[in-house]
Design a protein around this ligand. Sequence first.
Ligand code: ACO
Length: 301
Amino acid sequence: MPVKYPKQPRKDYECITVETDREGITWMTFNRPEKRNAMNPTLHSEMAQAMLEHETHPETKVIVLTGAGNSWSAGMDLKEYFRETDGDAQAQFRSYTDNRRWSWDSLVRGRKPVIAMVNGYCFGGAFIPLCNCDLAIAADDAIFGLSEINWGIVPGGVVSKVLVDTLRIRDAMYYAVTGRPFNGKKAAEMGLVNFSVPAKKLRAETVALARELMSKSPMVLAYTKQAIRQVRTMDMEQAYDYLIAKITALEAKDPERTRERGMREFLDKKSFKPGLGAVARPGKKATPKAAVKRVPKKKKK
Ligand code: ACO
């Protein structure tokens, strides 16, 4: 008997909310504002389910992770994730595994792009999903911190690892050993997030980025994010070989035949400039012209 997966994703969560809008953006919101969205075992279990369901749900095109209230997430719930599972090997294994399932397995291996929209406090364990999201935008006044040192643990659950994979070693070390908080602007300067914007523009900028991603062929986008992640740990020869195989697989599998259309539209029909924007997807309007200034042509003497 084939497995029957539910057609519609679950909606009735306790610690998160999940909504897909008409454009295909799925908004996953950590929803424990009274606890600054600290991640407890229930939140991890719910996120594991939501990520899996939306990764495979056709209506979801882009996922945005954000937080209710004034926090993105204050990290692991010290009471429910740590203290209450100390000495309970079964509970600890289950909650640690749920955490791993969504905040690194799903985020790193998923095909759909995920944007972290960091609206406020972001501490400790929250750096795992933050760094594993494909892209991140923060409010200028969001507050980040590796507070583990302040309460007596090493940044674990792979925080230290994602940190040094994302930041320069000087910055990773400085913030890990001091536990000093820093704001969204500083996070952008260090490359922890792609950019930061005033809080009142955060949602609009995130939607604009999500729309830009949705204008690309979904399979080309998925393969591209996989390629960027995978080559990081390869040497030059391995990367060359892997990328040839990846390109060949994409050419065979892309249902939108993007490569063929892209060349035809540029070389024969001259309908778009690949350097300045994406070829229109089948049945969709061309993407709005990128706000890129063209380099002026040199006048012939
Ligand atoms: N774990 C458990 N409960 C938390 C957490 C957390 N990480 N963060 C906040 N809470 C709870 C508080 O205990 C408090 O609960 P109560 O109302 O029952 O007393 C409630 O959320 C509100 O927190 P306040 O501290 O009162 O909120 P405030 O706005 O003054 O401060 C701040 C917010 C700065 C985020 C503060 O709560 C804080 O420092 N939290 C801990 C951050 C942290 O170090 N996280 C752990 C990182 S290490 C790791 O994740 C492995």
